[in-house]
Design a protein around this ligand. Structure first.
Ligand code: GLV
Ligand code: MN
Ligand code: MN
Length: 431
């Protein structure tokens, strides 16, 4: 496995591949990496075997295309195209190569592969950019290993500290500090990286659509307007472990009942909210201790994901769910400990940059609708610091965070066409 000194760029040798990268072939190349036979789909989590292989693929592919590659101190990788004449802060593009547990093939490899493909097309057509282009592979966007999403971009922007991130643990109790050290990063050096941020003039992320808004509009690509406010909360529900057969019903303190009430409350409270707030709440992860079929659980850990139009709508939604959870806990003689793992405020993407993208893309793409999304992205983190926009590629069934996520080969290529047109315009003489 190639190791990259953080902060130092590795340059391609002269023998680069002059052909543009085909995004469909590139996705096929990475498809064997991180297949999850147990859950289906793909599992690639921060610096595990699969993630390391994806990083190696990124590194080698960037070199093959003639790009420089570096890893920043927050475990984000950057492929850099900075030919003669390209000066000043770069146009950033890219996405992430990690996945949710048992996720689909496109969230986020589509964005990384499409960015590399678009840059390789610009090189092949002889484009002379006025600014460098930096392609990002952001670390742990999904937060699947350490619970906090957009870990790499949040660290880069100074939204998370080395102290907090170093202490995060994965499901096996290993700390992020240990995992980063093991992979050759300095866990004390992670955190705000103003230089890396100053290298970016703007950021454009391409992503598979999550939801089904483009299909009925007959549009292969769309532009994002904004991201719902969202967050994650961990509830540790403590009860009393006991025998499933020998314990009378009236003397139980069963945290599973409290978990069940909380899950029901998540749906009920989201339904009760004003529909204009687009409230949604989900429990997708539980850990039951000890987890025996003939034992009353002693503890249940439950993760609540809540999203809505505005920050205050999310807060109100979560308050309501917690009120119901605490009531259920009192009734069962259990205790709840609460920890907010993350909160991402509502994002509105830069309308000026989005207009520029529309102008660049529409002549070839045709109708390019502007759509909101309920999914979080590194672009959403960067949006508070630099002009940021997003492009979505049609997802015919709308399914994501599932092995059934998809996009047609034609639409994947239309996405690369659009991103190429966008990057060309943003790095043209007049930009
Ligand atoms: C990331 O995809 C998220 O929205 O959780
Ligand atoms: Mn995702
Ligand atoms: Mn993603």
């Amino acid at each position: 496995m190639t190791t990259v000194e953080t902060g130092s760029i590795v340059h391609a040798d002269a023998a680069r591949d002059a052909r543009a990268l085909d995004p469909v072939a590139a996705l096929e190349e990475v498809a064997p990496i991180g297949r999850d036979d147990l859950r289906g789909g793909w599992s690639r989590h921060l610096l595990d075997d699969a993630d390391l292989k994806m990083r190696e693929w990124f590194f080698q592919t960037a070199l093959r295309l003639g790009l420089g590659v570096e890893s920043d101190r927050n475990a984000n990788q950057w492929a850099v195209w900075s030919p003669e004449g390209a000066t000043g802060p770069a146009v950033g593009t890219g996405s992430h190569l990690d996945s949710v547990p048992g996720g689909g093939p496109l969230d986020g490899p589509l964005g990384v592969v499409s960015s590399l493909a678009a840059v390789s097309r610009l090189i092949a057509e002889g484009h002379r950019p006025t600014r460098p282009i930096r392609v990002a592979n952001f670390a742990e966007e999904e937060g699947a290993r350490f619970g906090v999403p957009c870990l790499g971009s949040q660290l880069l922007c100074g939204e998370l500290t080395a102290e907090r991130v170093g202490a995060l643990t994965d499901n096996s109790g290993t700390t992020a500090r240990e995992v980063l050290s093991e992979a050759g990063f300095d866990p004390d050096a992670i955190g705000a990286d103003p230089k890396c941020l100053a290298d970016l003039a703007m950021y454009v992320e391409l992503h598979v659509e999550q939801g089904r808004q483009l299909e009925p509009l007959g549009a292969p690509v769309g532009l994002a307007t904004g991201i719902l406010a969202h967050g994650r909360w961990r509830l540790t529900i403590n009860g009393r472990g006991d025998h499933a057969g020998a314990t009378e019903l009236d003397s139980r303190h069963d945290p599973m009942l409290v978990a069940a009430a909380t899950i029901q409350a998540a749906r009920a409270r989201a339904l009760l909210a004003d529909p204009s707030t687009k409230a949604r709440a989900t429990v997708g992860k539980l850990q039951v201790v000890p987890g025996g079929s003939n034992a009353i659980a002693s503890e249940v850990r439950l993760w609540l994901d809540a999203r809505a139009e505005h920050d205050a709508d999310v807060r109100a939604l979560v308050d309501g769910i917690l009120t119901d959870a605490r009531k259920a806990a009192r009734g069962e003689g259990c205790e709840i400990e609460l920890s907010e793992e993350s909160f991402s405020t509502r994002v509105t993407f830069d309308s000026g940059l989005t207009d520029r993208l529309h102008e660049a893309i529409a002549p070839r793409a045709g109708i390019v609708p502007r759509i909101p999304t309920g999914a979080g992205h590194d672009a959403g983190i960067l949006a508070a610091y630099i002009p940021t926009a997003m492009l979505f590629v049609r997802n015919p069934d709308g399914v994501s965070h599932s092995p059934h996520e998809g996009a047609s080969d034609d639409d994947i290529r239309a996405g690369v066409d659009a991103l190429t047109d966008a990057l060309r315009a943003l790095t043209a003489e007049t930009s």
